[in-house]
Design a binder for this molecule. Structure first.
Ligand code: THG
Length: 344
């Protein structure tokens, strides 16, 4: 590991020395990621399903055991606070596989305030991802051809050489792949090495969630692309909100109001002028149109496939795609074109 960041108070490897090669391996081959920082918040007990629904403005009534769903979590103002994958393991057992914020505290507090019969915990579960067009062959080689039949976000619990895992078709890229949820933290190195060895014929290599790929693909990073007031509709997550869930769902009243009033901001893509890779931008940078501030660029990265610096704009909803704007970068204003997401 040569670079890392902090996620859920833990160290997340972000590179193994050659970001460009790691990107192309994800696009063309298979990449192995230590994403153990995607912590699980477990709901266990008779009211686990009720609590899951109270926390999620997405209708979960049809979710079956063995199925996962992408669910935005909102606070009482309709502000998005996390965007986990929810795994339903059994009628009385759920995991929220969380992004970077403290959902354990949140879920425990809501459960207690509502008087629910459910235990909220952070179990010993750590995901590892295999991503890329060749990931399926590697995972099938280790586990058998049944994995090829897994539908998106569906999973199965099993063992790999005695190591307890859950295997899901998922992962934070649009290149396809699986996540192996390790259920025994003492076996991490063993699990890693099994896939490292099994993947040799496909030239597997270590990597990490790739900022360039996820941006090209239009995936949202909560906390980076969103701020203290962002609701799901502003960042293209409205299709994961069901306004007719029951009134006790946290934030649903606010979300109904926001939907009725119409959103003030929306998220579009930015293609910046110039063909020189700019350093990764995580700071928010002002966006100007006709001398007026209209919002901010929330991330910026060089896209090897588009051969341009690209980013996301969170801007006034009245400003459409096709417009040219100025981004106020450190070295001066840069022209950029607003486009629809995803880029690719
Ligand atoms: N895997 C696991 N846990 C996670 C992530 C993950 N927790 C944090 C973070 N990633 C959660 N965020 C996302 C965001 C998007 C997707 C998955 C997790 C995703 N979205 C698809 C899309 O937007 O096109 C499909 C969503 C759908 O249509 O249902 O895959 O990666 N374990």
């Amino acid at each position: 590991m040569t670079a890392a960041s902090i996620y859920n108070r833990m160290i997340m490897p972000t590179s193994y020395g050659n970001p460009e090669a790691e990107y192309w391996r994800l696009i063309n081959g298979v990449s192995q990621w230590d994403v153990g920082v995607e912590r699980q918040v477990q709901l266990k007990g008779p009211d686990a399903g009720r609590l899951a629904q109270i926390l999620s403005p997405r209708d979960l009534s049809t979710c079956q055991a063995g199925q996962g769903k992408y669910v935005p979590l909102c606070n009482h103002r309709g502000t998005i606070i996390n965007d986990p994958i929810l795994l339903k393991l059994a009628d009385d057992l759920y995991w929220f596989s969380i992004a970077d914020s403290d959902i354990w505290f949140w879920a425990g507090a809501i459960a207690a305030e509502r008087g629910l019969d459910v235990e909220v915990s952070e179990p010993d579960v750590s995901p590892m991802a295999l991503q890329g067009p060749k990931a399926e062959d590697v995972v099938a080689h280790v586990l058998g051809d049944w994995v090829r039949g897994l539908k998106y976000f569906w999973f199965r619990e099993t063992e790999i050489e005695g190591i307890p895992v859950a295997v899901q078709r998922s992962g934070w890229s649009k290149q396809g792949g699986f996540e192996i949820y390790l259920k025994d933290g003492t076996r991490g190195t063993a699990l890693w090495n099994i896939f490292k060895e099994a993947g040799r014929p496909w030239d597997i290599g270590p990597g990490a969630p790739a900022t360039a790929e996820r941006t090209e693909s239009g995936l949202v990073s909560i906390g980076g692309d969103t701020d203290e007031a962002t609701n799901p509709f502003e960042v293209r997550l409205g299709r994961y909100v069901d306004l007719d869930v029951s009134d006790d769902v946290v934030g649903i009243q606010a979300l109904r109001r926001i939907k009725a009033e119409g959103i003030r901001r929306h998220q579009l893509g930015l293609v910046l002028e110039g063909e020189v890779p700019a350093p990764l931008g995580f700071r928010r940078e002002e966006i100007i149109r006709n001398g007026q501030r209209i919002g901010m660029m929330t991330n910026c990265v060089w896209s090897p496939r588009m051969r341009a610096n690209i980013g996301y704009a969170l801007i006034e909803a009245s400003v459409p795609t096709g417009e040219t704007v100025q981004v106020l970068r450190d070295h001066g204003p840069v022209a950029a074109k607003l486009v629809d997401l995803p880029f690719l």
